[in-house]
Design a protein around this ligand. Structure first.
Ligand SMILES: Cc1cc2nc3c(=O)[nH]c(=O)nc-3n(C[C@H](O)[C@H](O)[C@H](O)COP(=O)(O)O)c2cc1C
Length: 151
């Protein structure tokens, strides 16, 4: 299946039968991305390695979600939640993400995330919930401009 077609402002549907995997160092810099994660995000694998993971952060995502992700990783060693990610071409996709530690000799060395598709109803629910969260916090909602793509 081909996911890397230009999908400016369009949703890319996450495949059901493939794992979407990335790993980061302890500060959130990508150390590994599988082919599915790269192509669904509109990148080549090599382009992603060394980038900070917020390269796929969608402006619709409230700050509080990632604040909770990092504090939950610190206190419980894991986090899971619903995430809308942005593609390199400004398209987007929704996932349910599970983030947890990677241990070597009992030492936390990296974090990994495995993502799966979510239902249409969940997308609608979380879009509204995240819009409300952003509104409450005075964060801008819909930062992406809907002007025609010119380059
Ligand atoms: C293993 C791992 C995977 C992550 N996956 C994503 C992701 O898919 N999308 C995302 O926006 N942030 C993800 N993050 C969180 C980012 O590191 C970052 O905190 C977030 O994008 C918010 O950006 P900011 O911290 O610059 O505000 C992940 C973090 C870790 C540790």
């Amino acid at each position: 299946m081909e996911y890397n077609q230009s999908s400016f402002l369009c949703e890319t549907i996450v495949p059901k039968n493939e794992l979407i995997v990335s790993r980061t160092d302890l500060k959130g810099t990508i150390t590994y991305a599988n082919e599915t994660f790269a192509s669904i995000s509109g990148y080549e694998v090599d382009e992603l390695i060394g980038k900070t993971h917020n390269c796929v952060r969608h402006p619709d995502m409230p700050k509080a979600v990632f604040k909770e992700l990092w504090s939950s990783l610190e206190t419980k060693g894991r986090w899971s939640g619903f995430v809308k990610n942005i593609r390199k071409d400004f398209g987007f996709y929704w996932v349910y993400a599970e983030v947890s530690g990677v241990y070597k000799d009992d030492q936390l060395v990296e974090y990994k995330s495995i993502r799966t598709p979510i239902s249409f109803n969940d997308k609608m629910y979380y879009q509204e919930k995240y819009d409300e969260m952003k509104n409450k916090e005075g964060e801008l909602v819909r930062k992406i401009s809907y002007e025609p793509y010119t380059s």
